[in-house]
Design a binder for this molecule. Structure first.
Ligand code: CP3
Length: 358
């Protein structure tokens, strides 16, 4: 059983936490997925000669890289610098992150024997916990730290495909031809994801986000039958920590209602669906939630006038959702991660615009 962590800071003036609790924040909280990473020259410099996964197991590096965008952009939340495959690597799975491609497995997981041999993470990842302590020391008390994990489906997709996939065909074939093997794989991933999150919670993160990045490739039927029960178990497992739980996936407009039923307080929305329409879908399935999103990351290349107009449009949609009772708050974010080529100055400017238009 996870209980509230003694390491958690008692924050009383963080806009992120105010927005989640339905209070009026002093300014609109904003953070961006992939705010740490290649858009920052200071990131490219510190990562020179160090492998991506290696950097995730070096507490000094993960502390510094997590704090870089907070210092530069004045965002209201830090997101832990790590990767969704870190718990797999820590459990002993053969995996590497190939630059320009993403996570690649030594051996794809395709049979019942492969599933039964898949290692399970039984303990928190110590290096990550150590890095989190360093991050918390470097944050102000109005800035939160968000921990995260990949949801079982998105992890399973990398495991079954053996790497990034455009159509997830091996994964979907496994679901339908060998449902028992599929369910056994998801059963094995739940404790690994839970252990990764509980280690972060014990170390003191202020919120957690479960990324089901590729869930949008699924039909509603497949999502409900093969994915939702396992994501729900993860949200239930961490409920006792009493910190905000966020759920997000890309192209999930048609799945928002189901993803909300997995149990998060906050639902991330990609840029394809207006926030007020997203809120209505979520509300009808799961009651009012907090919305997170949803500026198109490509528009960070379009200049400040376009960003200002979009920010205003998004904030107006969020306000409508709250006024109509379909949502209880809004955390500003992109609809997916910062693109690696984005000029760092454009990110800083976007954060300033969100804060300014309050
Ligand atoms: O700032 C942040 O958002 C925190 C760090 C973070 C990373 N990965 C760092 C990273 C987070 C939250 C993730 C999660 C992650 N990793 C997801 C879910 C979020 C999403 O984007 O949907 C997924 C699907 C992955 C898998 C993964 N890891 C991909 C697709 C890639 C990109 C491959 C590439 O080179 O284009 C990675 C590698 C990765 N993870 C990088 C970073 C900064 C780039 C590697 C590098 O800098 O060398």
């Amino acid at each position: 059983m996870i209980t509230p962590s003694p390491a958690r800071r008692r924050l009383t003036r963080a806009p992120f936490l105010d927005a989640v609790a339905g209070r009026t924040p002093t300014r609109t909280p904003v953070w961006f997925m992939r705010q740490a990473g290649r858009s920052l020259p200071e990131y490219r410099e510190i990562r020179a000669g160090v492998g991506m996964l290696e950097s995730c197991f070096r507490p000094d590096l993960l502390t510094e890289i997590t704090l870089q965008p907070v210092r530069r952009h004045d965002v209201d939340a830090a997101i832990l610098f790590s990767d969704i495959v870190v718990p797999l690597k820590a459990a002993g799975v053969g995996v590497d992150i190939v630059p320009g491609r993403g996570p690649v497995m030594d051996h794809p997981v395709r049979t019942r024997a492969d599933v039964d041999a898949l290692p399970v993470l039984e303990e928190p990842v110590a290096e990550v916990g150590e890095g989190i302590s360093g991050i918390l020391d470097g944050l102000r008390d109005d800035q939160v730290l968000i921990g995260f994990a990949g949801a079982p489906f998105t992890l399973a997709s990398y495991l079954v495909e053996g790497g990034p996939s455009k159509n997830h065909r091996h994964t979907k074939a496994l679901m339908h031809t060998e449902p028992e093997t599929w369910h056994a794989l998801m059963e094995r991933l739940v404790p690994t994801v839970t252990a990764f999150l509980s280690g972060q919670i014990a170390a003191g993160v202020d919120a957690v986000q479960l990324f089901d990045s590729w869930a949008g490739y699924l039909s509603e039927y497949d999502y409900r039958e093969h994915v939702l029960p396992y994501s729900r178990r993860i949200f239930e497992a961490v409920a006792g920590a009493e910190i905000p739980r966020i759920h997000f996936g890309v192209t999930t407009g048609e799945l928002l209602a189901d993803m909300a039923q997995a149990g998060p307080e906050v639902v991330g929305v990609d840029w394809r669906v207006p926030l007020d329409r997203a809120a209505e879908r979520i509300f009808r399935a799961a009651g009012p939630k907090v919305l997170q999103g949803n500026l198109d990351p490509a528009l960070l290349f379009a200049g400040p006038d376009v960003v200002r107009a979009e920010v205003e449009r998004i904030r107006a949609a969020a306000r409508r959702a709250v006024d109509e009772g379909y949502a209880t708050g809004h955390i500003f974010n992109l609809g997916h991660g910062v693109l690696p080529e984005t000029p760092a100055e454009a990110v800083t400017e976007a954060v300033r615009i969100v804060h300014e238009t309050d």
